[in-house]
Design a protein around this ligand. Sequence first.
Ligand SMILES: NC(=O)c1ccc[n+]([C@@H]2O[C@H](COP(=O)([O-])OP(=O)(O)OC[C@H]3O[C@@H](n4cnc5c(N)ncnc54)[C@H](O)[C@@H]3O)[C@@H](O)[C@H]2O)c1
Length: 519
Amino acid sequence: MSLAEFANEPVFELRRASERAKLTRALEQLELPLHVCVWIGDDRRAGDELSSTDPGDPERVVAVAARATPAEARAAVDAAHAAFGAWAATPVTERAAALLRAAAWMRERRAELAALALRECAKPWAEADADVCEAIDFLEFYARGAIELAGGAPLLQVPGERNELHYVPRGVCAVIAPWNFPLAIPMGMTAAALATGNTVVLKPAEQAPGCGLRVVEALRAGGVPAGAIALLPGEGDAGAALARHPDVATIAFTGSGPVGLELLRTAADVQPGARRLKRVVAEMGGKNCIVVDADADLDEAVPAIVESAFGYAGQKCSAASRVLVHAAVHDVLVERLTGAVAALQVGPADDFASDVPPVIEQAAQERVRDYAQRAAGEGTIVAARNELPAAGWYCAPVVVTGLPPDSDVLRDEIFGPLLSVESVRDVDEACDRIDALPVALTGALFARNPRTVTRVVARSPVGNLYVNRSTTGAMVGRQPFGGNRLSGTGTKAGGGDYLLHFVEPRVVSENTLRHGLVV
Ligand SMILES: NC(=O)c1ccc[n+]([C@@H]2O[C@H](COP(=O)([O-])OP(=O)(O)OC[C@H]3O[C@@H](n4cnc5c(N)ncnc54)[C@H](O)[C@@H]3O)[C@@H](O)[C@H]2O)c1
């Protein structure tokens, strides 16, 4: 099987009226609500215990879903376990071909899928389109990666001995996904597991069952057998039951820190009857900082900070929530940020002019508002947009300065449009503050002196550091993505070694000094 070199799926050029019209048409034609079943093999159990709604118009139901029970989670793992042998034995080129056909299925429906992500998770058009493109990228990238990995790894050879190292799939993979990249993240984890010959039970986020359904439909349309991929719409209890099952070999999780830590504990608790140690791939939250040195180009820094902190209302794991700026340029940066935030348009995701969409749900709105109130009590609010649309879970974008060093606002992942700015003596003090954090996902540095860049790069603990650009928008194959410390298990989605987490190595050494001949 010879494949063209991997290239990222190009995003729609939204400055073109024709592209915008195509997307708007797709949104109008979206037939809602979607009906999402518990889908195990060829069995579907319909239900309406769970529903997702449009965060910009909570009266609009986007998907009505069955809510998987713990018993269904166990049944899904049993089915995936039974299907494992056949999928693992399917030649890697056939598995890869199924993923590539799933990518083609998504490519044909790009506008429709972006419209669904927009409705279900209030992803503005550019972000929704990028989400679909990233899902396609993961399919294309891991299909190629699995073929390469099937060649094994070279070993030292000596006369009279043949040594081989092969990678084999681990078994059933439980994929537990968040809502903020409702297509790309579940597809990425699932595609990696399937490409390498594992079977998958996917538990999408309860806020995004409709997108979860499309992920599984794409894979099945591409030719992944029914037994190899199950869909388990549901809440945390379904995810917990799934992860606990002794036949789950790998837990691929992306989500919040507390849930990730619970899954690591679950994996460490070896169940009676278990025949393997569970491996956990966990990508969790952060507290992402942008350092701005005195010589930074503020024309570059200000828009990048605004995009990092307020794009998708600050609901990307990579979003910036702290700026640590050299005292010499603190005041001018704050003044310019204040102006930039005043110009932000808070509005519905389907308005091409909106900069800040609503947050995902009411509980998130309450959480963000609570932190904004605490910030106002402890520091000085220098920028806030208070005129918000009436319906929908909108939060005003806020910039706060002068917080005390022990403020929760400087420590917790708020996951909303709230940015704090701190004045520091120099970049070393900024590095000290960043080093004190237990999480280390993304970060950025704005500086023009190459020696400063080298110093900060050497001291930075984060998984993804960006120099003179925003903290968001990692691309498959270009910026393998994932955090360190309590932000994750150190894996890099969209990177060359990601697939290694879904396989186990086996070494065979053969004595080739045969004596005599057996006929
Ligand atoms: N590092 C990354 O790559 C990355 C990417 C996206 C999101 N995130 C993080 O995800 C979080 C936002 O997503 P979220 O709100 O969906 O996270 P979440 O942890 O609340 O939920 C994630 C998934 O876990 C499930 N879940 C909840 N409780 C569970 C339990 N006890 N056992 C098993 N599964 C359980 C949920 O149903 C959902 O499917 C943020 O913290 C963000 O930083 C990280």
